[in-house]
Structures are given as C-alpha cells and as structure tokens.
Unconditional design. Structure first.
Length: 390
C-alpha cells in the first residue's frame, strides 16, 4: 500500500516544469506548469503539504535542472525520490496514446510512483555526498579529456614522424616527454634546435629518463622527408596538446588528494583501495554512487551499473549475451577503467582477460567480462567492509 496521501510527479525542464499531483485514490489535485523559480516551487510544495499530509515528490532528473526542485520540495517537508529514465519509458505504456508532452510525462511519473514504488530511487541530499559526487564527476571529465588529448597527440606525432611516435609509445604522457614536446614541438623542432641545445635543455630537467631520451633523440633523425603540415603541427597543435595533458594530469592529482582527504575515514573507501586496479576515482565512484544496502546481491548491482550479461533470446534461438546499454554510465565507465587497469596490475585479472581473448572475444567484451568478475569482489568488500583478500 502506498504510504503517501499525495504523490506529485514533476517533469523537469530548463526554464519550467510540469507538475502532476494525485491523491492516494488517484484523484488529480493539480496538473500545471511551474517555473524554475525557487519561491514559486516552494509555494507549490507547501500548498501540497498543508494539513499534515504525507507528500512524495518524484522527478525524472535528480541533478542539474532537477536539483532545485528536489531541494525546494525537501524544504517544504516533502519526501523526494527520482524515477530513472528507462523505468519511465517502460511505464509510459500504462497511459493511453503515445504522445510525448511534458504534461503526459509528469502524469506517467506520478502514476508510476504511486503504483510501482519499488521503481523509485532514493535521492541523497547530504551536502558532503553532493560535494564528493561533484568532485568525482569533475575528475571523470578530466580523465576523459586527458585520454582524448593523448590520443590526439599520438595521431599528430604519427603524422609528422611515425618512428618518433612509436619510440615514445606509452611514455607519451610522462612529465619529461610532455615538457620536451611543449618546448620543441616534436622531432623536426628538435632537429632545428640541434642535439647540443636539446641535450643542454634536458640537463636542466628533473628525473630525466636517460635511455628514453637517447632513443627519442635518435628517432628524431630517423626520417629525412618532412611531411607537409608538420611544421604547423609542431608549432601549434602538438605543444598545446602536451601542455593540456600536463594540466589535466596535475588536476587529477589534486582531485585524488581531495578525494583521499574527504574519504579518509570512510572504511568502505579504504577497503576498496586494497584491491588491485582500484584507485581513488573508482573507489570514490563506488562509495558515492552505490548504497550497498539497496542491492541484495551483486547481480542487481551489475544490472544497475550496466555491465550485467543481457541474453537475447526468441523461442529456441539464442542470439547471445551482451552488456545492456542501460545503467549508470559514470559507474560503468569507472568499472571499465578499473578492469582495464587490472590487466596491467593484477596477474589474475590479466590471466582472465587473456583467456577471453584466446576464446575469440573482442577487447571491449573481454574487459566488460573482467569488470563483471571484479564487481563480485567489490560487492563483497562493500557489503562486509573488509579489505581485499587474494
């Protein structure tokens, strides 16, 4: 039985929302447009909450444009929840027609919240948690941007001198290589400066990888043909990309220090860090995005993260199992990157990945499979607050 006297569904928008409020019996109290205005929102929710009624406000977006609505509803004494987009689309069939309007969406949210309360997600309005979520989201943006810039730098260097790019290889984002590229632009800039000048510059750097520097210096002279456009790349694009990667790396280091400081006393966070391939970003994402009490088993958590195996079957035909496209994309990305790191740092993870590749699986499929396997361990760590055990 629904414990609320009033259920209000809010289809949120950038400048205005549509609110559809119904009683426990299904009678419509109001269905109207409300502006994205703090005073107007609070007035509406206070009006719904008169007479000591139990009021539930449900939105379709808990953050960004929906954050103010949730805050105003909570201040007015209402309980707040949110209905995920996938659940909302599936529930849309409970109403007649297939029109897509703000009014209809708000009605779907309200009716779904009243008839299927198990589909609703808890909204955490705690300030510390919100700050941590914002920091994790920013760190994720830095990570994505750094990966994009690194791939771009690889492509630029391969265009101006493929031997030079191959010699740098995975060391492309090391501080020394980034400084070198920011200063000289690339192999042709190094040649124009001359070996003596480049060598004197390197002598002023800290922690110079001598063997790598010697190889890179030799590789700069490996080609005699200078491709068209190489000079412009080395004057503009390559130094800019190198500086940007260095900035993003510094930002991520600062982020991780803040994350460690904010979660220093969190036992779940500290326990997750003991697992190979789990760094501050992954551990923080799990702690901030997952309330382990809401997931009775790891399969439910895998489904929420969007990495659970999804069987496609019709009659006696089974087309196979793939990861669903739904799920929490931030959490899914964190688990994917953690599994990718485990291929390098965890012998068991590397052996599992190699076995999948040997069985004919593609790289991404093998990494997702490894992420599912690792999530079982992460789930146990979070459930029991115990460190990783080999």
């Amino acid at each position: 039985m629904n414990p609320y006297d009033v259920v209000a569904g809010v289809d949120v928008g950038k400048s205005f929302h549509w609110l559809h409020a119904i009683t426990e019996s299904g009678q419509v109290i109001t269905s109207r447009k409300i502006n994205q205005d703090e005073h107007e929102l609070e007035a509406v929710f206070h009006q719904l909450n008169t007479g000591q009624k139990r009021v539930l406000v449900v939105v379709d977006q808990p953050k960004n444009i929906g954050a103010l609505t949730l805050a105003c509803a909570a201040r007015a004494g209402c309980d707040v929840r949110y209905l995920p987009g996938l659940a909302m689309r599936r529930a849309a069939g409970i109403l007649k027609g297939d029109a897509k309007t703000d009014q209809r969406d708000a009605q779907v949210i309200a009716k779904t919240a009243q008839s299927m309360p198990e589909s609703l997600h808890v909204v955490d309005l705690d300030g510390d948690r919100a700050r941590m979520e914002a920091l994790v989201a920013y760190d994720h943006d830095c990570q994505v941007d750094k990966t994009r810039q690194t791939n771009r730098l690889h492509a630029l260097l391969a265009e101006v001198n493929p031997v030079f790019e191959k010699t740098i290889g995975k060391q492309i984002d090391s501080p020394f290589i980034l400084d070198l590229l920011a200063r000289f632009g690339g192999p042709w800039g190094m040649r124009a400066a001359g070996k003596p000048k480049v060598t004197r510059w390197a002598a002023t750097r800290h922690r110079v990888p001598v063997k790598l520097f010697d190889k890179v210096l030799d590789a700069a002279y490996a080609m005699q043909h200078q491709p068209a456009g190489a000079a412009i790349h080395e004057q503009l694009a390559i130094p800019a990309a190198a500086r940007r990667i260095a900035e993003l790396a510094a930002a991520r280091q600062a982020n991780q220090k803040l994350i460690n400081k904010m979660l220093a006393v969190d036992p779940t966070y500290q326990a997750l860090l003991t697992m190979p391939g789990v760094g501050p970003h992954t551990a923080a994402a799990l702690v901030t995005l997952v309330d382990i009490k809401l997931f009775p088993d790891q399969e439910k958590l895998a489904s929420y993260a969007g990495i659970a195996a999804h069987t496609q079957q019709s009659g006696t035909s089974i087309k196979g199992e793939t990861a669903p496209r739904a799920g929490n994309k931030t959490l899914k990305n964190a688990l994917f990157m953690s599994a990718f790191a485990a291929i390098t740092w965890d012998p068991k993870g590397r052996a599992f990945y190699q076995a999948k590749i040997a069985a004919g699986k593609h790289h991404n499929t093998a990494v997702i499979a490894l992420a599912r396997k690792r999530l079982k361990i992460m789930y146990a760590i979070m459930r029991d607050n115990t460190p990783y055990q080999t």
